[in-house]
Write a protein that binds this ligand. Sequence first.
Ligand SMILES: C[S@@+](CC[C@H](N)C(=O)[O-])C[C@H]1O[C@@H](n2cnc3c(N)ncnc32)[C@H](O)[C@@H]1O
Length: 212
Amino acid sequence: MELVHPQAEIYAANFSSAEDPVLKTIAEATTLSHAQPHMMSGHLQGKFLEIISKLIAPKRILEIGTMIGYSSICLAKGLAQGGILHTIEMREEDAAIAKENFRVAGLQEQIQLHVGNAAEIIPQLNEPWDLVFIDADKTGYSKYYELLKPRLRSGAVILADNVLFHGDVLENEIKGKNAKAIHAFNEMLAADEEVEKIMLTLRDGLFLIRKK
Ligand SMILES: C[S@@+](CC[C@H](N)C(=O)[O-])C[C@H]1O[C@@H](n2cnc3c(N)ncnc32)[C@H](O)[C@@H]1O
């Protein structure tokens, strides 16, 4: 299902800040060479992540699902002085490209890349998170949220991508393990009184969650 009219996407892009030239080059190379370039955040969502990060000025960011590092670079732009972004990617090939992209963006000191399964790596990262971006396997979202929540400082923000899952969660009978997992995650968030949240209809649906 097409969630946002393509003309609205173009109009929004035209009236938003231009894409950073380094990110533009990364996006073009990824579109040419990657099997799933659509997974990358891209211009509009990337700019949104960057502005949210700049508003928070986080010391500690966690990203689950690096891919080639587009969103990591956007988020890292908002880090406070001396801050660090930890990002987790399971696929070694993508992680290697991300590492190179971080070097090109001059962010290799601020971004720590972990290669492996997020469910195993998150418990090893004993940090007080200020900002988290969940953007990996959809069946893992609820588990990641449970693992993370005790490590969020008060006022911390979580962003979770693809929460409309191409519109599949809007069906009367939700089919497919990914759409079912995302719907269960959304239900868990809706019932959680310890956070305030807004589901944005940006791109494929982006949940903006704040720990009270
Ligand atoms: C949607 S892409 C990430 C896109 C990136 N955040 C961006 O916006 O540019 C999801 C990534 O999560 C990775 N991934 C999936 N399951 C994972 C897991 N269990 N642990 C770590 N990474 C995982 C995939 O290999 C893929 O590269």
